[in-house]
Design a protein around this ligand. Structure first.
Ligand SMILES: [Zn+2]
Length: 292
C-alpha cells in the first residue's frame, strides 16, 4: 500500500518537474549562485530609471511576498536527493539481464547483482528498499525533492551505470546508495564507500563525496548505535574505484553498507522495523548535515 503511494509520488515527480522541484521557485532560483550561471551577472544595478511614475507594477516584483502564503522554509527545500536502493527483488530471476556487461570506466562488470541475504532469508534488496522508501519520505517531509532509482522491490535492475545516470540527470545535490554487506559471519559493523579519482567524471566531486561520507558516517553511528566495521576501512571509511555507481557519478555520491547481513547481530537489527526507521532517520540527518 505504502509503496503504491510512493510510486504515485515518484511518477508525479518524474513527469512533472514543475510539480515537485519546480514549485519551490523562489528557493531554487536563489541557490545556483555558484553555478556560474549565465544569467546571474547579466542584470546590472539598474538604479535610476529616468522616467518612473507611469509603470505601477513591473519594475521589481521579486521582493514582494505579499500574498498570504505562509512559506515556512523547510530545511531541505530546493535540494535534490537521489536515493539508490541497492539491487532489486527480482534480479535473481533474470540472470541474463543482470549479468550483461557494462563499462564502469575502470573495468567491465555485471549490470547489477542479486545482493546478499541473511541466514534467515531476508534479502538485501528488501532491506535497501524498505530503508530507502522510509528515507525518501523523511527527506520529502523536510522539503527535498527526492528521486529513487527504482519504483519498488519487484523488478530487475537498473544497471549500475543507469543508477549513476539517474543522479546525474537529476543534478542531485547528493546521492546515496543503500546497501548491506555479505561478509564472513564473525565480521560486523557498517562502513561508507566513497569514490576515488579515476581520471573520469567523478573526479570533480570526490572531495564533496568525502564530506558527504563523513556526515553520513557520523549520523548513522549516532542514530543507530551500529559500530564501525570490524573488517573494512578505517573508522568505517573506505574508498573504491571499481564501483560503477560511483565512477560514473558527476554529483556527490556515496554508498553505505549498513552492516553485515551474514552476522547474526547485524542481521537481527536489519529485520527489526524500528531499526530500519532509525536507520532512515539517521541517513536523513547525515544528508541534511551535508546539505545544510
Ligand atoms: Zn549491495
Amino acid at each position: 500500500m505504502t509503496s503504491r503511494a510512493l510510486v504515485a509520488v515518484l511518477v508525479a515527480c518524474g513527469l512533472g518537474a514543475a510539480a515537485c522541484g519546480g514549485s519551490a521557485g523562489g528557493a531554487v532560483s536563489a541557490a545556483p549562485a555558484s553555478e556560474g550561471g549565465s544569467g546571474s551577472h547579466t542584470v546590472p544595478p539598474a538604479s535610476p530609471p529616468a522616467a518612473p511614475a507611469t509603470s505601477p507594477a513591473p519594475s521589481k516584483t521579486t521582493a514582494t511576498p505579499a500574498a498570504g502564503e505562509s512559506r515556512t522554509a523547510l530545511p531541505l527545500s530546493g535540494k535534490v536527493v537521489v536515493v539508490d536502493p541497492g539491487h532489486n527483488g527480482r534480479n535473481h530471476r533474470h540472470p541474463s539481464a543482470i549479468n550483461k556487461r557494462v563499462n564502469v570506466l575502470t573495468q567491465w562488470k555485471a549490470c547489477d547483482t542479486t545482493g546478499t541475504v541473511t541466514p534467515g532469508g531476508y534479502t538485501e534488496a528488501a532491506f535497501t528498499w524498505d530503508v530507502s522508501r522510509r528515507l525518501a519520505k523523511i527527506l520529502k517531509s523536510r522539503g527535498a525533492t527526492v528521486r529513487l532509482t527504482r519504483p519498488d522491490n519487484a523488478g530487475v535492475g537498473p544497471c549500475i551505470t543507469e543508477r549513476a545516470a539517474i543522479g546525474n540527470r537529476a543534478k542531485a545535490d547528493a546521492a546515496l546508495s543503500v546497501h548491506a554487506d555479505g561478509s564472513a559471519p564473525a565480521n560486523h559493523g557498517f562502513h561508507i564507500i566513497m569514490p576515488k579519482k579515476i581520471n573520469g567524471p567523478v573526479d570533480p566531486v570526490v572531495g564533496a563525496s568525502r564530506r558527504l561520507g563523513l556526515a553520513v558516517r557520523d549520523a548513522y553511528r549516532a542514530g543507530t548505535g551500529v559500530p564501525y566495521s570490524t573488517y573494512i576501512g578505517t573508522k568505517a571509511l573506505n574508498f573504491r574505484s571499481d564501483l560503477g555507481g560511483l565512477n560514473l557519478s558527476r554529483v556527490p555520491k556515496i554508498f553505505i553498507e549498513c552492516g553485515n547481513m551474514k552476522n547474526p547481530g547485524d542481521a537481527g537489527r536489519f529485520q527489526d522495523t524500528a531499526f530500519r526507521q532509525r536507520t532512515a532517520l539517521a541517513l536523513a540527518d547525515g544528508l541534511q548535515r551535508y546539505l545544510g
